[in-house]
Design a protein around this ligand. Structure first.
Ligand code: SAM
Length: 204
């Protein structure tokens, strides 16, 4: 495991409760951009599901939902807070699922923690487990940035992020077989603007 991934995983293991306290905005409108394209009962992967609230729990209302995260503390909170989803510990760079397992994937605020040089690997993993013709909804970066905060959320815990520019992300998505169909900006409760992309996997 790379140094950055260890910092991110250990960071969430330590500050999971604080993150949950701060994570109380409503994902409904942006999530509906994905879910409006689904049928009830479709299978959805929430990649980097974290504490499971407010995204995984919203998905469970209508869909067969799997939450994946590599932080034990986050998964413990998710299992406590969300009923009706299956939670799996794993790494987004090597998803523990068969090819063509899901009808949709969302990745809220998780891809942006992956080292920039591994974004393509994660997006390729999304393509591998997503059935062709279906959609990925993910938070991405705007301008390319790599950095850390040694005292994130006032917890004295270090957190790291890294992402390429949105143009490079679009190129990577295209290279892997996705076509970007929508782009949104979401203001989160932590005071940042975050771009989201909705992309359709169409390998042909
Ligand atoms: C900012 S939190 C977002 C949690 C949730 N998606 C939400 O919207 O609140 C990022 C989550 O991504 C997870 N994560 C980061 N890198 C990961 C990786 N390589 N594999 C699996 N999970 C990862 C972290 O453990 C953390 O729970």
């Amino acid at each position: 495991m790379t140094e950055q991934r260890r910092t991110v995983r250990d960071g969430y293991d330590t500050l999971a409760e604080e993150y949950l306290d701060r994570r109380n905005d409503d994902p409904e409108w942006v999530l509906s951009e994905l879910t409006d394209r689904l049928e009830p009962g479709d299978s959805v992967l929430d990649a980097g599901c974290g504490q499971g609230v407010p995204v995984t729990n919203t998905l469970t209302v209508d869909f067969d939902t799997v939450g994946l995260d590599f932080s034990r503390s986050q998964l413990r909170l998710a299992r406590t807070n969300v009923s009706g989803a299956r939670f799996v510990q794993g790494d987004m760079t090597a998803l523990p699922f068969e090819d063509d397992s899901f009808d949709a994937i969302c990745a809220f605020y998780s891809l942006i923690h992956i080292p920039t040089d591994e974004h393509e690997q994660v997006i390729s993993e999304f393509a591998r487990v997503l059935r062709p013709g279906n959609y990925l909804l993910a938070t991405v970066g705007d301008d390319a940035w790599e950095g850390s905060n040694p005292d994130w959320l006032g917890t004295d815990v270090e957190m790291q992020w890294s992402f390429p520019s949105i143009e490079e992300t679009f190129e990577t998505l295209n290279r892997v077989g996705f076509e970007v169909v929508e782009q949104f900006v979401v203001d989160d409760e932590l005071g940042s603007d975050h771009p989201f992309v909705l992309a359709q996997y169409d390998p042909d």
